[in-house]
Design a protein around this ligand. Structure first.
Ligand SMILES: [Mn+2]
Length: 392
């Protein structure tokens, strides 16, 4: 059985306010082409299909096109939900899609879904474990069962309940952060979730191949057959220059496998562009870079007035502008904040530096959709004072 393993499509994702949808459409067309050429039997999509739990119409349309193209080529599909996806939305139409050999699993409901396949080497079981948390697993526990406190316990519980027959061939599809996985600093993963959600990779023992999603850089973790395929495109400035691919897995007899990667090239590249103002206005440089997403690093000592507007005219897909010495002029800085809406610069204003207390209060409200109580505020003030040596 030959699988193409992909994950973290993040359809509908915007990078520095630019929609990636056309790049995503193009790269998935490339995946279909290459999957056909490599004669794969099935495509695995290991979660984070969409970037948002409420995807926009164009993101859903791109997924529809992709699945339809795979169906047309008689390629089977296995798809699970990731932490960015809304599981029950991913499940929509699952029973109809199943009839087309598109197996969709958006939520874990107490038992792990398994699809039984058969090839000339015998049976092969594909297990689908959408993104789980301790809370989502505990909901299905029987009375008296010890609740999962950690992500490791949650995943271990879900896997144990599956009663996998390890004398036959088994593939697992999951979307979690396993210890040992290397993540790009400042990369496009959901950083807040990674630290607290570590799962011990030892829980995955016994599977012949584990197709993972969540970490955006392709890598094996713990064993050669436990892998992140990585995202198919570059999704943050920090990832510029990294290669993108999908993983090709060939499972023959029990215990024998072949793994390789198939490179993907984006239709519209993302690149760093460094130079003096004069160099950046050179017609040849402009010609070579105007169709790329560029992160411009200005090699200038003195500040140039209106620099963003001038550069934006020459480079329509400018992702960011900063000075080589670290002064930032565009995007995500504490000095200057720029609103770049649908690729149009609309406003530049000073961003006030916030106190730790205020920052935490904002963060709390963002995560919990309600402000902290008075008691919580007091408690935080004490902690902040202890750490930063505040006035109180
Ligand atoms: Mn992801």
């Amino acid at each position: 059985m030959k699988f193409a393993h992909l994950a973290d499509l993040h359809l509908g994702k915007k990078v520095n306010s630019y929609s990636m949808i056309e790049n995503q459409r193009a790269v998935l067309r490339q995946v279909v082409e290459k999957a056909v050429k490599k004669e794969v039997d099935a495509v695995i999509l290991a979660g984070d299909i969409y970037d948002s739990p409420v995807p926009e119409a164009d993101a859903m349309e791109v997924l529809n096109e992709f699945l339809s193209a795979l169906k047309k080529e008689h390629i089977e599909v296995f798809m699970i939900a990731g932490n960015h996806d809304r599981g029950d939305l991913i499940n929509y139409g699952a029973s109809l899609l199943k009839e087309m050999d598109i197996h969709v699993c958006g939520t874990w409901n107490g038992t792990m879904e398994c699809i039984d396949m058969l090839d000339k080497y015998g049976p092969l079981h594909v297990w689908c474990l959408p993104y789980v948390t301790p809370a989502s697993v505990n909901r299905f526990m029987k009375e008296g069962e010890p609740h999962a406190e950690t992500f490791t316990e949650a995943v271990r519980y879900a896997l144990r309940k599956a009663h996998v027959d390890t004398t036959e061939r088994n593939v697992l599809i999951a979307h979690q952060y396993f210890n040992g996985a290397v993540v790009t600093a400042g990369g496009s993963e959901d950083y807040l979730s990674l630290g607290s959600e570590i799962v011990d990779v030892s829980v995955l023992a016994g599977f012949d191949y584990v197709a993972l999603g969540h970490v955006h850089t392709a890598q094996a973790v713990g064993a050669d057959t436990i892998r992140y395929s990585g995202a198919p495109l570059i999704y943050s400035l920090a990832e510029i220059g990294a290669e993108r691919s999908f993983t090709l897995v060939n499972l023959d007899d029990k215990g024998s496998y072949r793994i390789s990667t198939v490179e993907l090239t984006p239709e519209k590249e993302m690149a760093h562009l460094k130079g003096t103002f004069r160099e950046l206005l050179d017609p040849e440089t402009i010609e070579a870079n105007r169709d790329k997403y560029v992160n411009i690093i200005l090699d200038e000592e003195k500040e140039i007035p209106e620099v963003i507007h001038v550069l934006k005219e020459k480079y329509p897909y400018v992702m960011g502008v900063s000075y080589a010495d670290g002064r930032i002029r565009l995007e995500g800085s504490t000095e200057v904040h720029t609103e770049l809406r649908d690729g149009v610069l609309t406003e530049i204003r000073e961003l006030k530096l916030k106190e730790p207390n205020e920052l935490f209060a904002d963060f709390y409200e963002m995560r919990n959709r309600e402000p902290m109580s008075e008691e919580q505020q007091e408690y935080m003030s004490e902690i902040v004072a202890e750490i930063f040596g505040g006035a109180e």
